[in-house]
Design a protein around this ligand. Structure first.
Ligand code: IVH
Length: 672
């Protein structure tokens, strides 16, 4: 294919993929299968890698992120990002509405929207292309997070239809509840501290330096206002309707996410509706925003120093109810960590019946000053799991005895221990305390670990009850004859389980490392350890100093790894798993190797003859180097293939950065 043909095909693919993305993510009405979509995307990726000069920064391939940035540039907003005045009181809401009516000539129309609980973002589009995405910052200037925002699939990279040549559009980036839950489940599985709420998690994610990490997190965005000169309509509502035609995800009228009103009564109807219905939304809102619709009326009303007079937020109070604390029970996790749980007199709160609430740890109970029999306030925030926020002291019965924290494990009666500096108490009976034993096996077989088909928590329980398994390695010694005797186990399910166990022997080393359940070694850390140290022996022999040198591994993780291997029981387990045939070293890919490129930063550009650009980039990472997208003083080498753009070459030579060829690079990693 020559350059002109490639250009034409890239153009066709880009248009088609943008269109399919919009149909899939914004309209939720895909017209092709995922498989067909992936094939088009792959074709585009290949063409872009062959003809890098033709690749566009807003290409649909940028959705996956990848290039790292060190920091975010500051960016001045062309229209300041103001905040909203807000109220929790119906009275103030009525006063605001009355004032608006007084100041505006004629009938006033309002638009009511949800107040999404996320992070504000301002997007700039020039000639139908996303050029900038900037956080609110101090309202005058924010941070340029465009790379990260490009990975959010509901934000169009290029527009359709009759859009204005230049405009800003603003909205709220948020993390859907399902995504938040999924993330916290994964963290719980590796004993990592849980994220507090979806909003903070969305905000932290958006500021992450690695856009590939952001791409993984499935953030979403609703857009709520358009700013520009000579816009082709005269009111806010029409602005959003037009924005939908250009490809934006705007609030859905059919779902009542947005509506118009002419009176304060209609406004209260909308508020009342959402005060209840908000609990069923797949994302969090913290109130309702009411805006005067007509731009002319908005100008009439004007602004205070901080916020427009034509809009107000009515905020929902976090629902808090007082109920009796009947007891405190204790849960034992697979690592032996004890979590106290409040057993409550059942109450109806924020859409569900609540009987239990988390109390986190002993310090938390002490801070609250709880006593069994107290009336406590329970709140449901972004955390999904309700929490006890305070004791209702007015109702305290002075005869209630002081609370005493458990001293022995509720499951196995072993005295609990609490290490210096640790928030949790632990049950030290690691190998015989039932929830720990079963919890470790459940973790071992889980989808993200050994992914053993045909085996679930219930079967693990059954196998444990029957005395057939005490730990993960016992699974691999199970026989057909043993299994067929169990209740509810027929020939087919036994075969499936045995096949599942056999198949798990091909799970890569990083999954095995995650599966064995070293405390604080989650999926990401397991991947890092596997990549850096290659096999279980190297990990076992690594000193704390060697471990903390690895990116993302701090003292706490290093100590936990060392403690794991100092325990004979674990070492014995690993030997058995090794004998069963599990993978205990990484399978080297053709280009992977050692850490020759440790700490070196590369810019890879152009077309290569022996390997694809992606293979080269992967090789850089595999050898400990780092890929960045643009040349700066920090770049160590520019790895240039054919067709590298002249401006990059110029910049490299201006900064005195060595430009190396594919062969020179291969020699550096000992492949030539
Ligand atoms: S309109 C002039 N509409 O609430 C201010 N804001 O302080 C225009 N927010 O962080 C804002 N949902 O990002 C508007 N439907 C909505 C909103 C909304 C959430 C956020 C906004 C900002 C805060 C307002």
């Amino acid at each position: 294919m020559n350059t002109d043909q490639a250009k034409q095909r890239i153009h066709e693919l880009t248009l088609a993929l943008h269109d399919h993305n919009h149909k899939y993510y914004v309209l939720a009405k895909p017209v092709i299968s995922d498989f067909e979509f992936d094939a088009l995307l792959k074709e585009l990726e290949e063409l872009e890698s062959q003809f890098p000069d033709l690749a566009d920064s807003n290409s649909p391939t940028k959705r996956v992120g990848g290039d790292l940035t060190d920091k975010f540039e500051k960016e001045v907003h062309r229209y300041p990002m103001m905040s909203l005045s807000n109220t929790y009181s119906q009275e103030e809401m009525r006063e605001w509405e009355a004032r608006v009516k007084k100041l505006v000539d004629g009938e006033v129309e309002y638009v009511m929207e949800l107040k999404y609980d996320g992070v504000a973002i301002s997007l700039t589009y020039e000639d139908g292309v996303l050029t900038k995405a900037v956080t609110r910052g101090d309202g005058t200037q924010g941070e340029n997070v465009t790379r990260n925002v490009r990975t959010i699939k509901t934000i169009p990279l290029t527009l359709f239809g009759n859009y204005p040549a230049s405009f800003d559009i603003r909205g709220e980036i948020f993390m859907p509840l399902a995504e938040f839950q999924k993330l916290n489940e994964a963290r719980a599985a590796s004993d990592e501290e849980l994220y507090a709420n979806p909003r903070n998690t969305a905000s932290g994610t958006l500021k992450n330096k690695d856009s590939a990490f952001v791409a993984d997190r499935n953030l979403d965005c609703f857009l709520y206002s358009v700013f520009g000169e000579n816009l082709p309509y005269d009111n806010h509502f029409d602005g959003l309707t037009h924005a939908a035609d250009w490809g934006f995800k705007v609030p859905d009228q059919k779902k009542k996410y947005i509506a118009k009103a002419k009176s304060v009564e209609e406004i209260f109807d909308f508020i009342d509706y959402w005060d209840k219905a908000r609990h069923d939304l797949p994302f969090e809102i913290d109130g309702i925003v009411i805006k005067v619709n007509s731009y002319y009326n908005q100008e009439e009303l004007g602004y205070t120093a901080k916020s427009p007079r034509w809009a107000i937020a009515y905020k929902f109070k976090a629902e808090s109810i007082s109920t009796r604390l009947n007891d405190v029970s204790y849960q034992v996790g697979r690592t032996g960590a004890i979590t106290p749980v409040a057993e409550l007199e059942a109450i109806f709160l924020a859409g569900t019946t609540v009987r239990r609430a988390s109390l986190h740890n002993a310090d938390q109970i002490e801070k609250l000053g709880l006593r069994i029999g107290d009336f406590v306030f329970v709140e449901k925030g972004g955390e999904i799991i309700p929490k006890v926020t305070s004791v209702d002291m007015d109702k305290r019965d002075k005869d209630l005895p002081e609370f005493v924290y458990a001293t022995t494990c509720p499951e196995c009666n072993t005295p609990l221990v609490r290490q210096e500096g640790e928030a949790h108490h632990y049950c030290p009976n690691t190998y015989h305390c039932p929830p720990q034993v079963k919890g470790r096996i459940d973790h071992f077989i889980s989808r993200k670990a050994m992914n053993i088909d045909g085996l679930g928590t219930e079967t693990v329980d059954q196998l444990w009850q029957e005395g057939l398994v005490q730990n993960a390695s016992d699974l691999y010694a199970l026989t057909y004859d043993q299994l067929i005797k169990l209740d509810r186990m027929a020939d087919k399910s036994v075969q499936k389980l045995l096949d599942g166990l056999e198949a798990s022997k091909s799970q890569p080393f990083e999954k095995v490392l995650f599966a064995i359940g070293i405390r604080y070694v989650g999926e990401t850390v397991a991947k890092k350890l596997a990549r850096e140290l290659k096999n279980i022996q190297m990990i076992q022999e690594a000193t704390k100093e060697q471990l903390v040198e690895i990116d993302e591994i701090g003292g706490r993780i290093a100590e936990s790894v060392i403690a794991f291997f100092n325990d004979e029981y674990n070492v014995n387990q690993l030997e058995k798993l090794q004998a069963a045939g599990l993978q205990f070293e990484i399978i080297e890919k053709e280009l992977s190797g050692n850490n020759e490129l440790d700490g070196l930063t590369f810019v890879v550009s152009g077309v290569f003859s022996k390997y694809s650009r992606n293979e080269i980039k992967q090789a850089i990472e595999d050898h400990g180097g780092k890929n960045v997208g643009s040349i700066s003083a920090k770049t160590k080498y520019v790895l240039a293939g054919e067709n590298m753009g002249p401006s990059k070459l110029q910049k490299a030579s201006d900064l005195g950065i060595p430009i190396i060829s594919e062969d020179e690079f291969l020699a550096m990693i000992g492949k030539n």
